[in-house]
Design a protein around this ligand. Structure first.
Ligand SMILES: Cc1ncc(COP(=O)(O)O)c(C=O)c1O
Length: 414
């Protein structure tokens, strides 16, 4: 089963694992994110099975969706984690995650975040610049703690994805250029508290073609061999995330081919992966209700109660999500689905085939499990949505909708 199969029209309406979305909307309200536990578990195991030959350490990337209950689901399946901030580390401490299965990525770690990472003894801290490495060496010396370090290289490969989510070219801020690695090795040689354990890349997100991964991996492997030749006992290669999913019927990257290449070219190294979107993207929908239907010079707008503040991807990347009716007895029209926020960029769909819905109708914005809630904001003093996790024939709120009081907490008046 793919994540998408958890959401099916059944008995005259859209359901999640058999639970009618209308029932969830009635009790939890709208807009709400609804996730399928089964779909998350299935995608984790689909990935694990596809790469069984190389038995990778799968470190779910929290940035895709960091709700504690989803982290718990993945933890129970045996997943490790990839974080990029002290806040994400704090979340993992909350669920009692195993620090030896956590990698810390990101281009701008602060001293405080380094202290947290060293205190907890993570599997690896992935550094992205000479200055970051020098700072980490200073902090670990002061704390008397060894830092397990991986260097993220910039492999200069074009991932063929949206420019905002491509990260592996020279013009991007990420990673260390391969010709600067010698500099970093020199620092490591002179820093007994730094132990170089890995080399990695992350070339971008929502990548559908496997070739850029293969190109990047070949460069990574060559770089790793050179580092080993210089006497550093490198243990692992970290492939980052980036595996694309189907939003509108796209075919994802050929995992078998990727796994085959890793088995062949990666021999002698432990493989680490940091998937985010792949594990949760198709396991969630954004449930929203139509407020109004209006026409401007023949153009139809469905005004719904969710907005760019709930799901930013369409505004930010021009991303297209399928929008399905909760009751499938609607015809289809070409329309814009827009939110109540005072921005022309506030849309969930633009000129897209969507259900010909009317006020009161429920719509499901599909494939919203990754980079959905986490990118939401309080712009226009909108309260952030509720989140619901469906598990078989049970469901529960895993995040309570914000209240008006929540909006002003932390704003004392004199
Ligand atoms: C370093 C790193 N690892 C993993 C990921 C997760 O990417 P994805 O959700 O595309 O798998 C990202 C996303 O930006 C990232 O920057």
């Amino acid at each position: 089963m793919t994540g998408f199969d958890a959401f099916l029209h059944d008995g005259g309406e859209l359901t999640c694992e058999g639970t009618p979305l209308s029932r969830i909307a009635r009790q939890a309200g709208t807009p709400s994110y609804v996730y399928s536990r089964r779909a998350i578990r299935d995608s984790y195991h689909r990935l694990k099975d596809a790469f069984a030959r190389v038995d990778p350490l799968i470190c779910y990337s929290l940035k895709a969706n960091d709700n504690l209950s989803l982290l718990r689901v993945l933890q129970e399946e045996g997943s490790g984690f990839d974080v990029v901030s002290g806040g994400e580390l704090f979340r993992l401490q909350r669920i009692g995650a195993d620090p030896r299965r956590i990698v810390f990525s990101g281009v701008g770690k602060t001293v405080q975040e380094m202290e947290m990472a060293l205190e907890w003894g993570l599997f690896s801290i992935n550094v992205e610049s000479r200055q970051e490495l020098e700072t980490l060496a200073r902090v670990s010396r002061r704390m008397g703690r060894e830092a397990r370090v991986a260097v993220r290289i910039n492999p200069d490969v074009d991932a063929g994805t949206h420019p905002y989510i491509a990260t592996g070219l020279h013009q991007h801020k990420f990673g260390v250029e391969t010709d600067q690695i010698d500099d970093l090795l020199e620092i490591i040689e002179n820093s007994p508290e730094i132990r170089l354990v890995g080399l990695g890349y992350h070339i971008g997100s929502q990548i559908l073609d496997v070739q850029p991964f293969l190109d990047a991996f070949e460069r990574l492997r060559e770089g790793a061999d050179r580092i080993r030749d210089r006497g550093f006992p490198l243990e692992h290669l970290d492939l980052g995330g980036g595996l694309g999913i189907s939003y509108q019927g796209e075919t994802g990257p050929d995992l078998q081919r990727y796994a085959g290449a890793l088995a062949q070219t990666g021999e002698g190294y432990r493989i680490v992966m940091e998937p985010g979107r792949y594990l949760v993207g198709n396991a969630g929908v954004l449930l929203t209700r139509v407020l109004y239907r209006k026409t401007n010079r023949g153009k139809v707008f469905l005004v719904v109660d969710a907005a760019m503040t709930d799901l930013l991807r369409p505004s930010l990347y021009g991303a297209r999500h399928q929008i399905l009716p909760v009751r499938p007895d609607r015809s289809w029209i070409t329309a814009d689905v827009v939110g109540p926020v005072c921005e022309s960029g506030d849309f969930l769909a633009r000129g897209q085939r969507v259900p010909d819905a009317h006020p009161g109708d429920l719509l499901a914005v599909m494939s919203a499990g990754a980079y959905g809630f986490v990118l939401s904001s309080n712009y226009n003093s909108r309260r952030r949505a509720a989140e619901v996790l469906v598990d078989g024939d049970e469901w529960r709120e895993i995040r309570v909708r914000e209240s008006f009081e929540d909006l002003v907490r932390g704003e004392p008046l004199p």
